[in-house]
Design a protein around this ligand. Sequence first.
Ligand code: IMP
Length: 199
Amino acid sequence: MKIVLASRNQHKIAEWQATLGKYIDGVQLLSLDDAGIFEEIEENGKTFEENAFIKARTAAKSGYVSIGEDSGLAVTALDGEPGVYSARYAGGHGNDGANNALLLQKLKGKADRSAKFVCAIACVFPEDMARDVCVRGETEGVILEELRGEGGFGYDPLFLYEPEGKTFAEMNGEEKNAISHRGKAIALLAKELKKINER
Ligand code: IMP
């Protein structure tokens, strides 16, 4: 089964291939480029789910079953910020250093430092919209006052996963996948795809 992941990042495609491949025999993940979709995708949804569907529907123009993923951090004391703006919180897209600095500044003096990572994954079936599904994985944690750890990306060095006493940046890929918002969402998606396959 070929599935398009709405991304141009080969690293992400490889990660998904490894993870989803564990659940679905013979799955082959294609990037947007592999599938011949070259348009820019505007992520202008108000929720993670909306953005996930925007990405998946664009990818589905290829005619293949397509997946869109949107993720981010929601901080309780900031009413869910940075939310869907996680990648561009401090302005430019994907400036992790500036995003982390802004988050620390906004949380200065706040007693409640709880937060959660959220990952929404939409899967679109171009020939049968009734089968479209969306799943969500969440992982709760605490925002530290300074960065800890060298691994990961984004807000990982500030996100303490309390049950293990480690930030996401102090975990290796496998450890993080086992408890992360993304790992949970992918597992849920695999379950849904299996159900659909058995219908
Ligand atoms: P997306 O690529 O539009 O889904 O944006 C995701 C953004 O949310 C990233 O650029 C990060 O800032 C943040 N984010 C999502 N998942 C993670 C994670 O697992 N660790 C750290 N930051 C994350």
